[in-house]
Design a binder for this molecule. Sequence first.
Ligand code: PAF
Length: 280
Amino acid sequence: MKVVHTVEELRDQLRGQLRAAFVPTMGNLHEGHLSLMRMARQHGDPVVASIFVNRLQFGPNEDFDRYPRTLQADIEKLERERDVYVLFAPNETEMYPEPQSFRIQPPEDLGGILEGHFRPGFFDGVSTVVMKLFSCVQPSVAVFGKKDYQQLMVVRKMCRQFQLPVRILAHETVRDTDGLALSSRNMYLSPAERAEAPQLYAGLQAVQARIKSGQADLRDIEGAAAQALEKRGWKVDYLALRRQHDLNEPTTEQIQQGEPLVVLAAAKLGNTRLIDNLEI
Ligand code: PAF
C-alpha cells in the first residue's frame, strides 16, 4: 500500500486510472471500515482510502480535538487486509491551504433535519470535504456505510444534482455481537456505558416490532421508544420514524400500506453521543 500525504502525490499515483473505488474515512479504523474497503475492492480497481479528520464537520463544542487519531495503527490494519492500493492521509493545510469559504450546502429539507438539526453545519462540512476528496481522487465508485444513513443520502443527492460521475454504494452497518453499531466513538464509553450501549439498537428493534405488528401511530411509537431510553438514563436527541426515500414523516396510511421506512436515532450516554438506524 502506498501512503501519500499530498494531492500531487495522490494524482501521480492515480494518473490514468478510470475505475478507482474510494472509501473516505476519518481514521481510527475498525471492522466496519475494513468491510467498506472489501466492498470497494469488489467494485473497482485500484482501491483508494482516505483518512482525514475534517474540522469543517465538527461544531465548536464537539469532539474534534479529542477525536482519535491513530494513523500508524490504521496503516498496519490496512496493510494486513491488503485491499487498499493507495491511502491518502493529508494534513489540514494540504486539504485547506486557505480558509474553505466556498462550501457545499445541502438543501434544508434533507441537511437541516435530524442530525443536521442537532449538529448545525455538519452536512455542509461533510458535503464540502466529500466533494473535495472526490475531486482529488476522481473515483468511479465510492463506498459509504449505512450507519450514517442521512450522510449517505446527502452524498447521493449531491452527486445526482451535480452530475458527479461517481456511483455511491452503501454498505450495511457492521455490529458487535450484542448489536452495538461499530463506531470510532464507542471508545469513549466507560465499561458500564459500553454494557448499556446496545439498548439504542434494541430501541430501534422495538420500533420495528411495533410496525410489523400493525401499529401505525407515529407519535406513540416514537415517544414510547425514546421514553424507554430516557428512563434508562439516555438523553435522546431524536428517535424518528421516516420514509426511506426522502426522510420525511410517513402518514398513518403509508405506514399501514408498507411504505419502506427507517427509524433513526441519536442519543447521549454520559458524554458520548451515539447514532444508529434500522430500515424497516
Ligand atoms: O463518515 C465519515 O467518516 C465522514 O463523515 C467522511 C465521509 C469521511 C467525511 O469526513
